[in-house]
Design a binder for this molecule. Structure first.
Ligand SMILES: Nc1ncnc2c1ncn2[C@@H]1O[C@H](COP(=O)(O)OP(=O)(O)O)[C@@H](O)[C@H]1O
Ligand SMILES: [Mg+2]
Length: 255
């Protein structure tokens, strides 16, 4: 197996008296789709918050391609190529769809300071590049026809896709999706599964996925970590997880 893109060891996160994450460890290989599942409150989003720099973990090591990112700011972690979506859609709702993708690129392709003021050729070229990039991603996500729509007025499924586009346009190494299928209909879920697979194959991104929809999780993931009360209870390929006694009892049996 190749060296992991993401390595998480002995991760824990305490909120006062609550140990929300307790002894979590896993590796994600480059271009793998790795899922974290478990009942509500199991600590899945907290793991995401620790990796993406929103929380400073109480204990543990987090390394991206061998470089420690544990406890670094979310800004720093994003600059290292780790991007995420949230359980609730977070777009700039009063901006257009296109503008959302332009803003997302500010971190990249940064023109030299003051060049905008003098409208230099380099500035115009960098703005043009941002627009063509944005249009490319609108095509990939089949959102081109909504380019000038206010993001907040898009259908929910389209808002979800725009969020993923906003992540992908920064050319991330690790894409973290927190319940991306929540609120989608069966057809949209199927399309999401194909999209995740395509992003991995065509754009080489590694995917860390939190998801409740078992069809999607089993269909798209190479390996799955199951959490319960902050603890890991199983880690393995979909077939093994599906047949794991503890998992069935803790989680799958719940449905
Ligand atoms: N910022 C916080 N402060 C206090 N408790 C929190 C905080 N974030 C999450 N928790 C608690 O940690 C536990 C795990 O939450 P979370 O990671 O959101 O679970 P999941 O995503 O698996 O549903 C829950 O009991 C939740 O209430
Ligand atoms: Mg959550």
């Amino acid at each position: 197996m190749s060296a992991p893109l993401l390595a998480v060891k002995d991760l824990s996160m305490r909120f006062g008296g609550l140990l929300a994450v307790d002894g979590i460890a896993f590796d994600v290989a480059p271009q793998e789709v790795f899922a974290i599942i478990g009942p509500n409150g199991a600590g899945k989003t907290t793991v995401f918050n620790c990796i993406s720099g929103f929380y400073k973990p109480t204990t543990g090591a987090i390394a991206l391609a061998g470089k420690s990112i544990a406890g670094h700011s979310s800004h720093h972690v994003a600059n290292e190529g780790v991007v995420r979506t949230f359980q609730n859609v977070r777009l700039f709702k009063t901006m257009t769809v296109l503008e959302n993708l332009l803003v997302a690129q500010h971190r990249h392709h940064q023109p030299p300071p003051l060049s905008g003021l003098f409208n230099t050729r380099r500035y115009r070229e960098s703005e043009q590049l941002k627009i063509s990039n944005a249009l490319k991603w609108l095509d990939v996500m089949e959102l081109r026809q909504y380019a000038n729509r206010e993001a907040g007025n898009l259908a929910y499924g389209h808002q979800r896709r725009l969020e993923i586009a906003r992540c992908m346009i920064t050319e991330p190494r690790l894409l973290m999706l927190d319940e991306p299928a929540a609120g989608l209909n069966p057809q949209e879920k199927k399309e999401l599964q194909q999209l995740i697979d395509r992003l991995r194959r065509e754009y080489g991104v590694t995917v860390l996925l939190i998801e409740h929809d078992m069809g999607l999780v089993m269909g798209v993931s190479e390996r799955i970590l199951v959490m319960e009360y902050g603890r890991p209870i199983a880690l393995g390929v979909p077939e093994a997880i599906r047949n794991d006694e503890r998992v069935i009892k803790a989680y799958l049996g719940e449905a």
